[in-house]
Design a protein around this ligand. Structure first.
Ligand code: SF4
Ligand code: SF4
Ligand code: SF4
Length: 296
């Protein structure tokens, strides 16, 4: 594969950045110690991502998926083209300083709207913070698809009895004491797996120590009450097409969807929830070139 000069410089830059970081084993230890919380997470450092797609490849192999040939998807091509066979995707945005890449997948929310929207508990949050799916319980209502503010769960449209598919946070690997396949495959240290609380400490330290390299925002620390996957970035998340969301959880509304006595009420609330997602996406478009706003 031929690299353009700018991409080559980015690879070298990211590799140099990776070299400047402490060894990976030390980083994992830092992200896994002194935390009273069992909930796991991933810190995605976008200054280290080179868009190689190894994380996508690892996910496909781990989960026996046949993903569509979508690699390095431009954030201008809304919406995020995840599918029943593509659980994670590396997106990019052309910026003055070169491409900024961002791996996207289920955020494994601390208060998952999909879980509270599901009327039969087919989606549940496990002890490590992974939001996992039990196909045997699923009745195919698709409330989870409507409730998710990130547009993540997808259905197998081509199957006679379609199931919901999405990233599992490699819950089975975590049960065995392993980190997710994607984080383990990342060659630059852009994906750091560990205790969520320790990852927030690590993210704050990186932003504080290198304030010239990051915007002052840990995406996922507070959005919708927090998510297990969190991001730090050299440019604003609005510019990268991330939904702009408040700190309030949407689980209360989702529960209303599940508890709604009539399909009409359920549909009304469901439409409201999906409008949160689409409103945030259109805000993203509106502010595509806005200046970065420090948040903390
Ligand atoms: S990102 Fe969506 S699918 Fe994933 S846990 Fe949150 S609400 Fe559920
Ligand atoms: S955590 Fe596992 S399922 Fe999720 S994107 Fe990574 S490899 Fe795929
Ligand atoms: S493997 Fe790491 S560096 Fe490569 S695209 Fe995925 S997150 Fe980025």
């Amino acid at each position: 594969m031929k690299l353009k000069r700018r991409e080559f410089l980015k690879v070298v830059g990211a590799a140099t950045g990776a070299l400047l970081l402490p060894p990976r084993s030390e980083l994992i230890a830092r992200a896994s110690s002194d935390s009273p919380c069992d909930s796991k997470g991933v810190l995605v450092d976008l200054t280290k991502c080179i868009g190689c797609g190894w994380c996508q490849e690892a996910c496909s192999q781990q989960n026996d998926l046949s993903p569509e040939e979508i690699r390095n998807w431009s954030v201008e091509q809304d919406p995020l083209p995840l599918s029943a066979n593509t659980w994670t995707l590396v997106t990019f945005k052309e910026m003055e300083q070169g491409r900024v890449f961002a791996k996207r997948q289920c955020m494994h929310c601390v208060h998952p709207a999909c879980v509270s929207a599901c009327p039969v508990s087919a989606l549940e949050k496990n002890e490590y913070g992974a939001v996992v799916y039990d196909a045997a319980r699923c009745i195919g209502c698709r409330y989870c698809m409507v409730a998710c503010p990130f547009g993540i769960p997808k259905i197998e449209w081509d199957k006679p009895i379609p199931l919901i598919r999405k990233c599992t946070f490699c819950a089975d690997r975590q049960e065995e004491g392993l980190e997710p396949a994607c984080t383990s495959a990342c060659p630059t240290g852009a994906l750091l797996f560990g205790d969520r609380a320790a990852l927030i400490t690590e993210a704050k330290a990186r932003i504080e120590e290198h304030s010239d390299q990051y915007v002052n925002h840990i995406y996922g620390k507070d959005e919708l009450g927090g998510t297990s996957w969190m991001y730090i970035s050299p440019v604003s998340f609005e510019e990268l097409g991330f939904p702009i969301l408040g700190e309030e959880t949407v689980t209360g509304l989702s529960e209303t969807v599940a508890a709604a006595g009539t399909p009409a009420v359920a549909l009304g609330v469901a439409l409201f929830l999906s409008s949160i997602y689409y409103r945030s996406k259109s805000k993203t478009g509106t502010h595509a070139h806005a200046a970065t706003h420090p948040r903390e």
